[in-house]
Design a protein around this ligand. Structure first.
Ligand code: FES
Ligand SMILES: [Fe+2]
Length: 365
């Protein structure tokens, strides 16, 4: 399989979409795990999941088992969750511990990853347990969210999030509390789902209800270095069955951010949702949706939350059906590559260029 940077023409009007084989073959997925998921900032959780010393949760990035934990000094770390003995799991799930005991033969590690004890290991030569520790990965924070990057040479998270930060300054993201999570498993490649997210072109056909809410003519996508923003203005006025509150309030327009490769942040004035898109196989994808609200305890918030989650779930099922049909289409002998709408699919083209560049590797800096 040939993954070259020039697989996607930089000129949108002349470019063709990425080859259908990239959505199907296991070799592309392994390369993506290494060069895309293994070199970008991946959302693993929130700082409030590890508030006190000893709090931890297990996570995985690009197939790499890790352990986010707060040590006795209050420092957050992303430790390898692979025991130095024979690769057993150091911790599972989440909780609070004074130290971590491997689930295989009981080697014991301090919260900062130093090896503390090794039962029945006397007589082993050239083994200095005081020099053994769990390696750690880069962990950085954006608002309430924790990200891990397996690439020690990657640019800081703040740089990747610069445009998101700039355009959401003043929105109290850090004060929004998690209220709901929904996982969906889709029978399609992860890129089919991301492609679909990155354009509003399908809204009139696939989401007729959403189409009625939006000012489709004003809908547009701005692209940045490794993120993009779709602005979807809410149409003023409208009938009585409108799903969005305050349709007259233009400031209530949604900001749909995507951060390469697999994170979506859908930001409103008083709420936000995150979508994390994770490949489970070439033709299988997990999408994790989480909702965050300001003042989740207020009764008005309950109603807003219920309506938001319900509406999002309806849209998600429409997207799942079309994405799974597209995955079947990509397997066709008669189809390989398509073209982009210059007006509507600049965000998809931007993603495909970033992907082709990353897959061509190895110059990530
Ligand atoms: S693998 Fe961890 S103690 Fe043996
Ligand atoms: Fe959609």
């Amino acid at each position: 399989m040939n993954h070259r940077e020039d697989s996607v023409d930089p000129r949108l009007a002349r470019a063709s979409t990425i080859p259908s084989a990239w959505y199907l073959d296991p070799e592309t997925l392994s390369l993506e795990q290494e060069r895309v998921f293994g070199r970008t900032w991946q959302l693993v959780g929130r700082a409030d999941q590890a508030k006190s010393p000893g709090d931890f949760f297990a996570a995985e990035v690009a197939g790499e088992p890790l352990l986010v934990c707060r040590d006795v000094d209050g420092e957050l770390r992303a430790l390898s969750n692979v025991c130095r003995h024979r690769a057993g799991p150091v911790a599972r799930g989440s909780g609070n511990r004074r130290s971590f005991q491997c689930g295989y033969h009981g080697w014991n590690y301090a919260l900062d990853g130093r090896l503390r004890s090794t039962p029945e290991f006397e007589g082993v030569e050239s083994f200095d347990s005081s020099r053994v520790r769990l390696p750690s990965w880069r962990l950085e924070r954006w608002g309430p969210f924790l990200f891990v990057n397996l690439d020690s040479g990657a640019a800081p998270l703040a740089e990747e999030m610069r445009e998101v930060s700039g355009k959401t300054a003043g929105i109290p993201i850090g004060k929004m509390a998690p209220v709901e999570r929904r996982d969906y498993v889709l029978e399609c490649n992860w890129k089919v789902y991301v492609d679909n997210y990155l354009e509003g072109y399908h809204i009139p056909i696939v989401h007729p209800q959403l189409f009625r809410e939006l000012d489709y003519n004003a809908y547009h996508t701005d692209t940045y270095r490794s993120s993009s923003l779709q602005i979807a203005p809410i149409r003023p006025g409208g009938g009585s069955d409108r799903r969005y509150p305050n349709p007259e309030n233009r400031a209530g327009d949604a900001l749909y951010f995507w951060v390469f490769p697999n994170l979506m942040l859908n930001i409103y004035l008083d709420s936000l949702s995150t979508n994390v898109i994770l490949p489970l196989g070439p033709g299988k994808t997990l999408t994790v949706f989480e909702w965050f609200f300001l003042d989740p305890e207020r009764p008005e918030t309950h109603e807003a939350l219920r309506r938001t989650v319900e509406f999002s779930d309806e849209i998600q099922h429409e997207d799942i059906a079309i994405c799974e049909a597209v995955q079947r289409g990509l397997k066709s002998r008669a189809y390989d590559r398509g073209r982009y709408s210059v007006r509507r699919e600049n965000g998809v083209h931007h993603f495909h260029r970033l992907l082709a560049r990353a897959l061509a590797g190895p110059a990530s800096a």
